[in-house]
Every structure is written in C-alpha cells, then in structure tokens.
Design a protein. Structure first.
Length: 179
C-alpha cells in the first residue's frame, strides 16, 4: 500500500472540493473537511452575535458587541477574497490588516480570522476554535467588539473554497471600556 505525504493529502482534499482553509495572522492555512450542506450567503448580525457570544460564555469571557466600522471592514475583506478566490489578510492594493484598520480610523488592538470553505456560521466558528492561531483571537478577553461577514465566490472551477469568511474582533475605545 502506498503512503501519501501531507502535500498529496491536502492537494487531494482541495481538488475534491472537501477542503476548507482557515487563515489567521502568523499561521499557515489549516485544511479540514466540512460537513456537506448548502453554504450560506449571508449571516444576520444578531445570529453572528448570538453564536460568538455563546462561544465566549462557554469560555468564561466577556460578551462581544457589534461594531459597524469592523463590520464594514470584514465585509470589504470577505468581498475581496470572494472576488479573487484567495484567503488572504491583504486587500487587493496590498494593504495589510493594520493598514486597513488605520484607514478606517480604528486605532485599538484587533485580530482578524479568515476562512475559505466552511458552509455555515457554526462550522466556521468550530474551525476557528480548533485552530491554535484562530483560537487565540476568538478567546482574547480584551476583544469586546466584532464585525463578521461571509461572501460567496463565483461559480467557476478556479473558486476552490466557494464561501469566504472574515471576522474582525477588537478592543473597545478607552472611553467605552467596562470593568
């Protein structure tokens, strides 16, 4: 019996359309399989807040509030990834995460989790929680606000992931910090 190396296995998963890529700062993409289901095209803020805060409660962490600036930035990044069919922390003109935050006048600490492939909000949160680099962002007690977006990529053979997710979590401004 032939033994497959990691690259062969990962290539096979991606080609079979079973792969999902998760990306977080300072980490390599993680490939996992996801359940077969119809992928979502949108997630309501109330559903995102409920799912994220359920996870935060299980971890004994403060709940998150929605932030429109972070939401707009997450929507922008999810749209870029869907259009380019790439999971990346840079925008099309090459702006990195910090530059994108400063461009919208967000000056506090923040983290960004990205994913390509998970079809549902539940599966993307589970994937992030099972990835060490993503998990650190999800359970950072200093992060108290969020924006989350999902976009579907084009129906083409070059669109490996299909569904693209962007979650940005950040600290509250000093005047809004709670004990």
């Amino acid at each position: 019996m032939e033994t497959l190396n990691r690259r062969q296995i990962l290539s096979g998963l991606a080609l079979a359309g079973l792969g999902a890529s998760l990306s977080a700062c300072a980490s390599l993409p993680v490939i996992t399989t996801t359940e077969r289901t119809d992928p979502v095209s949108a997630v309501a803020v109330s559903d995102a807040r409920a799912a994220l805060n359920a996870m935060r409660r299980r971890e004994g962490l403060p709940e998150l509030v929605h932030n429109r600036v972070l939401q707009d930035l997450a929507e922008e990044q999810a749209a870029i990834m869907a259009r380019t069919t790439r999971v990346a922390h840079t925008s099309e003109p090459g702006e990195g995460f910090s530059t994108r935050l400063r461009r919208v006048d967000f000056w506090g600490g923040a983290g960004e989790n990205l994913a390509g492939g998970p079809p549902t909000l539940t599966s993307v949160i589970e994937g992030w929680m099972n990835s060490p680099a993503h998990h650190r962002v999800m359970v950072n007690p200093d992060y108290r606000q969020f924006g989350l977006a999902v976009r579907r990529g084009p129906s083409t053979v070059t669109n490996t992931y299909g569904t693209y997710w962007a979650l940005i979590m950040g600290v509250l401004p000093p005047e809004d910090r709670r004990a």
